[in-house]
Design a protein around this ligand. Structure first.
Ligand SMILES: [Zn+2]
Length: 451
């Protein structure tokens, strides 16, 4: 088992950890009252006395804000940035989220914020077995996303070497030259990289890579297994956002550890009316936790991340860490509702990445929902890329898909049986999917129903 980056905090017993969290809730709320124009107003407007927020359970009685709230309190809607909570002299960087819709959200980071972000990633890397000797190619993009820069700062803490390509299209000579021990990237980028290296005569399994770190989007266990098989090395998951989550899987691979002393997560039901208990899926609502005496350029209390996850455990992990573990979060924006059931991109992805099917498929896919729920019939059109469309065992691929899909979405079984929901499959050559022509983050599940 690897060691710890911050053993005292990471292995703290639950009682002490809860006390630490509550102390930080009080300081963060006080900091918000004193420094955040938005929250000062929010407390007044909602009749909240900041002095009465004493413990983390008190947060459950407060309203929830969203990305929209941030956009409504920044230019061009307002003249100033209502969420900026430190003077310009203290702000080190301004970040923007790529924003799938509308104006990007602005985030203000002080050096204290960067240090806390780096601490979270350093813990995650160490929990995945990284040591000072490691050499890591970062394929996540530098720039307005905090991920790549935060990992680079984390590497400095650990003492390891970063090779900051920022993209996965680096020349294959890099592998034998620097003998990197790890690559950080998205699942699909790492699959494509393996395939490219292979076509250039470099077997990914024979390289110096000891482990991969996948992040940037949620993925199915099936696509992770496939990636691990291609590289012959374990794949660890990280989940991070500019808002300050940054959770990582340890070598026990039993959920992502949430750095509970630095970020607090509550789980709400999808209607945001109530919170859900551990073990049930809910929307993750985030609260920044500041250690007393520190600053924040922008803090968030009760912020809806629009990601869905489940608390798996709050007890000690096999790795010795006590910080709670959550399931791989899924984006609400990648969920479509079909006959009242939530179908996420990951459900489609898991069904594509069936072990036997991958003999024919590249893993690239896209799906469209068409038709009308009332009164007629709905279709999910699934297009899958294959190395050679002439040589696909359609029966096998479609049977495996259906088995997996109906197992994940039992509620849709009756609709598939009575054919009110049809699944249509097509096979394309490499490069033949619509998403290859689109810019930005590929949309793999698109709702094309008439509204
Ligand atoms: Zn663990």
């Amino acid at each position: 088992m690897p060691g710890y980056h911050n053993a005292a905090t990471e292995t703290m017993d639950r009682g002490s950890l809860d006390n630490l969290i509550d102390e930080r809730v009080r300081y963060t709320v006080k900091y918000a009252e004193e420094h955040s124009p938005f929250y000062r107003h929010w407390f007044r407007e909602n009749g909240i006395d900041p002095n009465e927020i004493r413990v983390h359970e008190d947060l459950l009685h407060l309203p929830v804000i969203s990305g929209r709230t941030i956009r409504e309190h920044q230019p061009p809607v307002t003249q100033d940035f209502g969420f900026r909570s430190a003077g310009w002299g203290e702000i080190f960087t301004i970040q923007e989220t790529s924003g799938t819709s509308g104006t990007p959200k602005s985030f203000f980071l002080t050096w204290d914020d960067w240090r806390r972000y780096a601490e979270k990633y350093a813990r995650s890397f160490v929990s995945q077995g990284f040591l000072p000797e490691d050499r890591v190619v970062v394929c996540a993009s530098y720039g307005m996303n905090v991920g790549a820069n935060t990992m680079t700062l984390a590497a400095r803490r650990i003492g390891m070497t970063i090779i900051p390509f920022g993209k996965c299209n680096f020349a294959s000579r890099v592998i034998p030259a620097y003998r990197p021990t790890s690559i950080v990237g998205s699942v699909f980028k790492l699959i494509r990289l393996a395939r490219r290296l292979d076509s250039e005569g470099l077997d990914p399994k024979e390289t110096s890579i000891l482990r991969l770190v996948a992040g940037g989007e949620s993925f199915a266990d099936e696509s992770r297994s496939y990636l691990a098989e291609l590289w012959g090395s374990p794949v660890y998951n990280t989940y991070g956002s500019t808002e300050g989550t940054m959770c990582g899987e340890c070598t026990a691979v039993s959920g992502l550890h949430v750095p509970e002393d630095l970020v607090h997560l509550d789980m709400y039901d999808p209607q945001m009316m109530d919170f859900v208990s551990d073990g049930s899926a809910g929307r993750a609502v985030l609260t920044t936790l500041l250690p007393p005496g520190t600053q924040a350029g922008m803090l968030l209390l009760n912020y809806d991340t629009e990601d869905t996850t489940t608390v798996l455990s709050r007890s000690r992990c096999a790795c010795g860490r006590t910080h709670m573990r959550i399931k791989n979060p899924q984006r609400e924006a990648e969920t479509v509702w079909i006959f009242g059931a939530p179908v996420n991109r990951v459900d489609i992805e898991a069904s594509v990445f069936q072990h036997e099917s991958m003999e024919f498929l590249t893993g690239e896919y896209e799906a469209f929902v068409t038709g009308e729920e009332e009164p007629g019939r709905l279709t999910i059109q699934i297009a899958m890329e294959c190395t050679d469309p002439e040589k696909v065992d359609h029966r096998l691929v479609e049977d495996r898909f259906m088995e997996c899909f109906t197992r994940r979405l039992r509620a849709l079984g009756p609709h598939i049986s009575d054919q009110t929901l049809l699944l249509e499959f097509s096979y394309v050559r490499p490069g033949g999917l619509e998403l290859h022509a689109a810019r930005g983050r590929p949309r793999r599940l698109t709702d094309r129903r008439a509204t």
